[in-house]
Write a protein of this length. Structure first.
Length: 151
């Protein structure tokens, strides 16, 4: 919960207060469900403390919210991996790059989304070879998300 609190604060300080801040996302219940489903992952710092957390899943419909995309299209229609709720405690630089590279190596086709105000994440995605594909909508709030994929 501390990692997600840090991430919410970081996003607010960098011009993205609404992605998780409006609903205090993700909730403890959501995180516990991720863990129970075996979809929660952590990134350890060199000293062994948990420096980051994310959700990763893959399959033919790894995220039902990705079934409908507007103002564009996914570049491929095949099983894919998805990363959600990526957050760090600020102690490890390059945490997002490590996460995306690991997930992409595992699945070979990765989809992600982010809030339009999350310019930090948009830059990271573009730097990691992701391409903007369109707009999707998530279930937990009314803000549209920019959808990207990496082939």
């Amino acid at each position: 919960m501390d990692i997600y609190a840090y991430a919410r604060d970081f996003m607010a300080r960098t011009g993205n207060p609404h992605q998780w801040g409006d609903t205090n996302w993700p909730s403890r219940e959501v995180i516990l469900k991720d863990i129970a489903a075996g979809e929660a992952y952590v990134i350890l710092a060199p000293d062994g403390h948990i420096a980051g957390a994310f959700v990763y899943r893959k399959g033919p419909v790894a995220d039902p919210c990705y079934r409908e995309i507007s103002d564009g299209a996914w570049r491929q229609e095949r099983p894919y991996g998805v990363v959600h709720r990526l957050a760090g405690d600020g102690s490890v630089k390059g945490l997002a790059q490590m996460c995306f590279d690991w997930a992409y190596t595992d699945c070979g086709y990765l989809r992600v989304d982010t809030h339009p105000d999350n310019h930090v994440m948009q830059k990271i995605l573009e730097d990691r070879g992701f391409v903007y594909c369109g707009v999707i909508h998530v279930e937990h709030d009314d803000h549209p998300r920019l959808a990207y994929d990496r082939i």
